[in-house]
Design a protein around this ligand. Structure first.
Ligand code: SF4
Length: 496
């Protein structure tokens, strides 16, 4: 029987046993493991502990009859880490914790990730299976937690830790560990992940993107629905700044991934915006020197993204497997202005700059995905109609040509805990549906698997969550000609 000191389990979106081959088409099964898990696991291994990472949705994808319980019975382990970064995993995390404790009630279960950080008190109060939660950055706190547990010592000096003490009282230590640099962490020790080869080689099939490479931590913006923005990170992780990895480390990681796995592209886990363009230039230049045959997926977090950058991007990466994404969420200047006033003055995507972005994508034959959301805060019926018209114009102009690589994507959205709209819903003219973690778990328990977000947690004055979802489905169908021509035929044409 194999023995580990610590295992990490990445939870699925739902525990229903219907992944199998279908999962190829289900982005909602959410295969991605938050990159911090790799860094923590590697640090623990360097400190002499036996570590394994298990990706639940991947295991079920590979074998529909795979059972976590049976697998856990076949190994020995003392501590189990489960990531609860994305809120969509809420129900599955709790169910997995119950399975772990049913196999061995002495195992300590520790959660981490932004959603766990947000709901730490609720989780520890209502779910006795969970022994501890780390808020924010996890490397040093996790290591110290294990050292203290192993020596039966008090946990009150472990940074960022919330836990149940021996008398089952909830204790919360201050968030005092915030990583100042990421260059001493290793995000590519894939030997620790069960079935790593399949993880990297199936990500694209399931998620549409592959091979995530961490670039930094933190964000300087405050998009209304995002739980990873500047203020949310300050609240949940004590992080006041953005820390970016050295470009050389990023290139080293890309080479590590490519040397081990057949991945067509790299998804960069941090976007481009005016104040970090120099940084992106350095990365692209270094990549050009490496002369790699690889695609790149990059997000533009704030405009403008100058034409020189488009040129460099298209020169660096293969066209077939590359894309640039931007998320103005609506084309309404009125909505952007309202949001700029309430939570982020940089939330500004003027239509002329979006049109310039489209022009540059066309000029450089680079796939561009523009992400919109119907039912966005402040969006009126007229704004929604304008977004439909914008999509119609794009279809007329680019919908039939394989050489115009523009896609308009849309998704209904879950308002993430810690985001500006979550913390102050009334300022955004919305009402939240779930206010406690118990309600969140219940909502995700009932949710079906879907391509996009499967639970909508808000309503607006004249539109319910269900109608927001229906409106987004209608928009998706409306914009489908762009998706079908630019994503599929474009790829084929460029290949030929
Ligand atoms: S969605 Fe906005 S706030 Fe969130 S990480 Fe991206 S740019 Fe930052």
């Amino acid at each position: 029987m194999k023995s580990y000191d610590i295992i990490f389990i990445h939870p699925p979106r739902t525990l229903k046993h219907n992944y199998g081959k279908k999962a190829r088409f289900i982005r909602g099964s959410y295969l991605f493991i938050p990159m911090g898990v790799f860094a923590i696991a590697d640090l623990l291994e360097r400190e002499g502990f036996g570590v394994k990472i298990i990706n639940y949705p991947l295991e079920q994808f590979l074998d529909i009859n795979w059972s976590l319980k049976d697998y856990l019975k076949s190994i020995n382990f003392d501590i189990c880490g489960i990531d609860l970064h994305w809120i969509h995993n809420s129900h599955a995390v709790i169910e997995i914790a119950k399975i772990v404790k049913s196999v061995n009630s002495n195992v300590k279960i520790i959660l981490g990730g932004l959603s766990a950080s947000y709901y730490r008190n609720d989780i520890l109060k209502y779910f006795k299976e969970i022994d501890a939660i780390i808020s924010g950055d996890g490397e040093t706190p996790f290591l110290q937690y294990i050292q203290k547990v192993n020596h039966n010592k008090l946990l009150d000096s472990v940074p960022n830790l919330s836990y149940q003490d021996s008398s089952k009282h909830i204790k919360e230590n201050p968030i005092s560990y915030v990583a100042k640099t990421l260059d001493d962490l290793n995000f590519t020790n894939f030997s620790l992940l069960k079935n790593a080869k399949y993880y990297f080689e199936n990500s694209r099939k399931m998620m549409g993107i592959s091979g995530v490479i961490p670039i930094g931590r933190g964000c300087r913006f405050n998009c209304p629905l995002c739980g990873g923005g500047q203020r949310a990170q300050q609240l949940l992780a004590g992080r006041n700044n953005v820390v970016l990895r050295s470009p050389e480390k990023v290139i080293e990681d890309i080479n590590n991934v490519l040397n081990k796995f057949k991945v067509p592209s790299i998804f960069f886990g941090h976007g481009a915006y005016p104040s970090n363009l120099k940084y992106w230039e350095q990365i692209l230049k270094l990549l050009q020197k490496e002369n790699l045959d690889i695609g790149g997926d990059l997000e533009i977090w704030r405009l403008p993204f100058p034409k020189e950058m488009w040129k460099m991007f298209s020169k660096t990466f293969t066209r077939r497997d590359s894309s640039i994404s931007i998320s103005p969420r609506t084309t309404s200047h009125r909505v952007h202005q309202k949001i700029a006033k309430i939570c982020d003055p940089t939330f500004n995507f003027p239509l002329n700059q979006i049109k310039d972005t489209i022009k540059n994508a066309n000029l450089n034959l680079t796939k561009l995905r523009i992400w919109l959301t119907m039912g966005y805060p402040f969006q009126s019926f007229i704004d929604v109609m304008k977004d439909f018209i914008f999509a119609s114009k794009c279809i007329l102009k680019y919908g039939k040509s394989n050489f115009k690589p523009i896609t308009i994507m849309n998704e209904a959205y879950y308002i993430f805990p810690g985001s500006p709209a979550h913390e102050s819903p009334e300022s955004f003219g919305i009402k939240l549906k779930y206010n406690s973690f118990l309600e969140v778990v219940e909502a995700f328990k009932k949710a079906k698997k879907s391509y996009f977000y499967n639970v909508i947690n808000y309503k607006k004055r004249f539109i319910t969550g269900t109608n927001i979802q229906n409106l987004n489905t209608l928009f998706l169908i409306h914009a489908a000609p762009l998706f079908l021509t630019s994503s599929l035929k474009f790829t084929k044409t460029m290949d030929e």
